[in-house]
Design a protein around this ligand. Structure first.
Ligand SMILES: [Zn+2]
Length: 319
């Protein structure tokens, strides 16, 4: 099961205690996943579309509790589209009940000319903090999706109208979630990118299981990155040592090949011989091999001196 589906499953099992919050959650679900349909005899119904069975169950449960609506669930298989299946939930009821419900959720608005289609958020539903959170829960169930945290951090909502997208974006940002809107294939999309903001959102809607999962994946990823950084750093140090040793050996060979070796002091000669013989030894190891032994900085000093002599010789010869 994807991370997104698992989170929806978790949210579907959370109890919404207050009727005000239940209505706010249902309104968001209908606004994001629903479309209004006119049947025979002007009979209105709302059809919700979702890929999540948990969301389908949740929609039926809420519509029953709030309005005693009748529901029919249709399953569509789309093997060829790479998706598994989707569910259409058709909600219907008495004309007056349906009209009341559509007004409540903001799909219809009462104006002086009569009923019109509503396109934004019904502010009357969002007076309390509890209801705002419940609305966000419903929005996630109706149009939200979360990417698998192993692959990246992305939460988005696909929204019916750009005015509703703007409203949802503002509501999310009341909680400092830094959401943004974008148009994609003619649809309005509200998204959140930062992992901290996504965990804040999950906390806000009460999806604590998903929050924990995301935090665990993130911690593991950071630990792995830390190990990689350390490994890369060690590899770089080894490479530096090997490069220096090769350079020292080249310069010493140059001195030998140009008969400059015998004129060196015994200290320099012994350091040069040790380096040729033990190309992979560290400075401290080379120092311990000398007679009498010298410290790391002493060896470094001698090798640098050897290099300087070789370079000045090369210079003299114009090489
Ligand atoms: Zn409430």
């Amino acid at each position: 099961m994807s991370f997104s589906s698992a989170t929806k499953e978790e949210v579907a099992n959370l109890r919404i205690k207050k009727p005000c919050c239940r209505l706010a959650a249902f309104a968001a679900l209908v606004q994001l996943a629903g479309s209004l349909q006119l049947g025979a005899g002007g009979k209105r119904s709302v059809v919700l579309t979702t890929e999540s069975y948990a969301v389908a169950r949740w929609a039926v449960k809420l519509s029953k509790a709030l309005y005693s609506l009748e529901s029919v669930i249709l399953v569509k298989e789309h093997k060829r589209l790479g998706k598994n299946r989707s569910f259409s939930i058709s909600l219907s009821g008495e004309q007056e009940v349906m009209e009341g419900m559509l007004l409540d959720v903001g799909m219809l608005c009462q104006t002086e000319e009569g009923l019109t289609f509503g396109s934004g958020l019904n502010e009357a539903l969002l007076k309390e903090d509890c209801c705002k959170r419940a609305y966000l829960r419903g929005a996630f169930m109706g149009g939200g999706s979360l990417s698998n945290p192993e692959r990246g951090y992305h939460l988005e909502f696909v929204v019916r109208t750009s005015s509703l997208a703007g409203d949802l974006c503002r509501l999310l940002n009341e909680y400092d979630l830094r959401s943004k809107t974008v148009e994609r294939n003619g649809a309005a999309v509200v998204y959140i990118k930062e992992s901290e903001r996504i965990t804040d959102f999950l906390a806000l809607i009460g999806a604590h299981g998903a929050l924990l999962e995301l935090e665990t994946v993130k911690t593991n990823k950071e630990f792995k990155n830390g190990l990689n950084r350390r490994f890369n750093c060690e590899t770089a140090n080894i490479k530096k040592t090997v490069d220096a040793s090769l350079r020292q050996k080249d310069n010493i060979r140059y001195l030998i090949n140009h008969d400059a070796f015998s004129s060196l002091s015994p200290e320099l000669r012994s350091a040069a011989e040790a380096r040729i013989e033990y190309p992979e030894a560290t400075l401290a190891e080379l120092g311990a091999l000398l007679d009498p032994p010298v410290g790391k900085s002493g060896v470094n000093h001698r090798l640098r001196k050897l290099e300087r002599i070789a370079l000045s010789l090369k210079d003299k010869k114009g090489e």
